[in-house]
Write a protein that binds this ligand. Structure first.
Ligand code: ACO
Length: 331
């Protein structure tokens, strides 16, 4: 597809709440062990929100850090897209709550719901807007507080999730810029929506005493089925985005995958034939922060000066829906 303009990453920022829950803390909550969690997931600790903190609080901190570290001024942001499935409210959108907190005037804002692939979906949308010429600077946020919709009696899920937020400003690339998003692929398979979902709280099953008693407002997940789909789908979209740009994994400097499980990440690297030294991993410290994992990992890797301007990066994720996708870019 020919496009008028190119989009580039102007900057990243991230934020994780101060409170930390480690595997030994979890041993006191459910029948689990540090050894089980580490060996099955690669996780050791995760940041979790307090009762007072909500998604927009984390998103605001991450987005502020992101904008402050870019050359883009607040009044140059033209659109906010927020990827989340655990926003402050069912409505209004968390993007609109951010809009208010920043004091923006007359710019649009909306949320994207694509589970853990939400940030990739939001980037794909933002990139398309920039390429069309509609906007020049878009704030894209991935934020999740899944610990607020976690069943703390279910050891299958409660050990997996952490809270966090990450943000980027996507800007129109100057013709002389080497930085640009090269291509993106997003996809879904709605037929498998029932292996990872929140049963109650929507119009299918509104909140009631019975739904609360049955814990139906928390994450239901068939981990094994998700696991099998995860590697296959992230591999497929990454392969597609590389092939259609006549590139191979050898051209990629860094792979930044969704941080759901270290074994999934290693399985993907193995299938792609990418050495783990080229894969960004921070799951040990944050757990699965869903749509926030990729911008959190990107921001950390940039601050550690692992990823540098001009590097070829491949972002890939999968999540509830099922949804998945990959972004290929020169940072
Ligand atoms: N501690 C101890 N034992 C446990 C725990 C725990 N925390 N959790 C499960 N087990 C037990 C199970 O009960 C089971 O016991 P059994 O054999 O007696 O029945 C055994 O461990 C093995 O369970 P499995 O489910 O087969 O374990 P697996 O190796 O598949 O790991 C995991 C489970 C970590 C959930 C893995 O399947 C996974 O990572 N799946 C993908 C999760 C994911 O990526 N989700 C998507 C993102 S979330 C989102 O989009 C909102």
């Amino acid at each position: 597809m020919s496009t008028r303009y190119a989009a580039k990453f102007a900057s990243f920022g991230s934020f994780a709440p101060a409170k930390i829950l480690n595997n030994f803390d979890l041993e006191k909550i459910v029948d689990t062990t540090d050894e089980w969690i580490r060996s099955r997931t690669g996780m050791f600790e995760r940041h979790i929100t307090t009762a007072e903190e909500a998604a927009s609080d984390l998103a605001y901190q991450a987005a502020s850090r992101c904008i402050e570290s870019s050359a883009v001024r607040y009044n140059e942001i033209e659109l906010i897209i927020c990827a989340t499935i655990s926003g402050d409210h069912a409505f209004p959108s968390t993007a609109c709550i951010l809009h208010k907190r920043f004091g923006f005037k007359n710019i649009p804002a909306f949320d994207v719901s694509a589970g853990c692939a939400g940030f990739i979906y939001a980037l794909d949308i933002a990139k398309t807007f920039i390429e069309s010429g509609a906007y020049s600077n878009i704030l894209v946020v991935g934020v999740e507080v899944l610990t607020k919709i976690t069943n703390w009696n279910d050891r299958n899920t409660c050990v997996l999730f952490g809270d966090g937020a990450g943000a980027t400003v996507l800007s129109r690339a100057n013709p002389r810029d080497i930085s640009r998003i090269i291509d993106s692929v997003i996809c879904a398979d709605g037929s498998q929506g029932d292996i990872l979902f929140q049963a109650a709280g929507g119009s299918r099953k509104p909140a009631s005493h019975a739904t609360v008693d049955a814990n139906e407002h928390t994450v239901y997940m068939e981990g094994n089925k998700i696991y099998k789909n995860a590697i296959r789908s992230m591999y497929a979209s990454s392969d597609e985005v590389l092939k259609r740009n006549n590139m191979s994994v050898e051209d990629v400097d860094w792979v930044i995958p969704h941080q759901a499980n270290l074994r999934i990440i290693e399985g993907l690297a193995d299938k792609m034939k990418v050495p783990m030294s080229k894969v960004i991993v921070n799951i040990e410290k944050y757990g699965n922060t869903s749509s926030a994992t990729i911008p959190l990992a990107m921001d950390e890797a940039l601050r550690m000066r692992k990823i540098r301007r001009g590097d070829i990066i491949l972002l890939t994720s999968f999540g509830a829906g099922l949804t998945w996708g990959s972004i290929l870019a020169r940072y």
